[in-house]
Design a binder for this molecule. Structure first.
Ligand code: CNA
Length: 313
């Protein structure tokens, strides 16, 4: 408590203050959003003109968020599969901001990276599984909505790229197996066809279809992973000594509520292109997050190596 009281008196304003906080913190919570992957060509959702939601609207869908609602997916998966290729991750590269989070880990200062991103690039950057919470799941795996069969996400990437509904292989095999199997014996009183039964007609109508594969990203209407709530409320919130939020508009609950949940003597830093008004941050560092984190690391006296960092900064 004494520590927090002392902190309360301190004021943080500048990028140098932020660099100093970096140097002295040992349990840094990093909350990230789509903005940390835009430099890799993956659009975010809400940036005007370039965001995925504007593209969806251009294609005639008024409410872009509908594409990610679970009931709509089950009712008409074609809508999601006709649009999702635009946010499919390129799995070859990570951004300087991913490298920055990795640097925090290498310096043993990363408490947890809570990411809303579904591109799984934190894993590619080498963030340890036990320091990473993918709050909204990811494209890393996909699951059949009918039989729950799970596959690697890459197995349905061709379908997503071709704007084709991905179907479950296991369901398809099961349907084939049933087709080849002899028809089940019916329990009829006489061997002759029961003229009052319309069972056979029903069977002809009911042509089964393999289930639809859904990437394991959390849609609106689906529960977040329980590890998210447990770890945040029962461990991290008590132990963190610095919160850095990067590249998110903080519009989607419950992640949007995380910074306000943390007591304010814990310094809060926001890094993004646009300022934010609905959450109280001590320092807002505005600009391209790749440039900002590079400068931040430099001022902290650290060497952030990454091929995409602009020369001359
Ligand atoms: P958002 O609402 O689109 O906000 C992104 C924020 O990042 C905006 O405030 C932008 O101004 C800012 N931004 C964009 N590019 C940069 C940049 N280069 N430097 C600094 N700031 C930048 O997206 P959120 O992440 O806030 O919303 C949460 C959604 C987005 C989650 O459910 C994700 O699954 C979803 N999403 C993820 C990805 C991905 O995984 N890469 C892509 C698109 C959407």
């Amino acid at each position: 408590r004494a520590y927090y009281k002392r902190r309360k008196l301190e004021q943080y304003n500048s990028i140098d203050d932020a660099a100093q906080l970096l140097r002295r913190s040992r349990n840094i919570m990093v909350i990230t959003g789509a903005g940390i992957s835009t430099s890799l060509g993956i659009p975010d959702f809400r940036s005007k003109g370039t965001g995925f939601y504007d593209k969806v609207r251009e294609k005639g869908f008024e409410d872009a968020e509908e594409v990610f609602e679970i009931n709509n997916f089950d009712y008409d998966p074609g809508k999601f599969f006709s649009l999702a290729r635009d946010i499919l991750p390129n799995l070859q590269r990570v951004s300087p901001t991913h490298a920055f989070i990795r640097l925090l880990q290498d310096k043993d200062r990363l408490q947890t990276n809570y990411t809303q991103n579904i591109d799984n690039l934190e894993a590619l950057a080498g963030i340890d599984e036990n320091r990473l919470i993918q709050c909204h799941g990811s494209f890393a795996t996909a699951t059949c909505r009918k039989c729950k069969f799970k596959v690697k996400g890459t197995e349905i990437f061709d379908d997503i790229r071709a704007e084709r509904i991905a179907r479950c292989k296991r369901c398809a095999q099961e349907i084939e197996r049933k087709k080849d199997a002899p028809p089940p014996l019916k329990r009829n009183k006489s061997a002759s066809r029961n003229r009052y039964s319309d069972d056979d007609e029903d069977e002809d109508d009911d042509i089964p279809e393999p289930g639809v594969m859904k990437p394991d990203i959390t849609f609106f209407g689906e529960a977040l992973p329980t590890t998210f709530f447990d770890r945040f409320t029962q461990r991290d919130a008590q132990q963190t000594d610095l919160v850095i939020v990067i590249g998110t508009s903080l519009k989607v609950a419950p992640v949007s509520e995380m910074p306000n949940y943390l007591p304010h003597p814990i310094p809060h830093i926001y890094i993004s292109k646009e300022p934010i008004a609905h959450v109280n941050f001590d320092i807002q560092l505005l600009g391209n997050c790749d440039d900002v984190v590079f400068e931040l690391a430099r001022r902290a006296g650290w060497d952030l190596k990454h091929e995409m960092i602009p020369v001359g900064l």
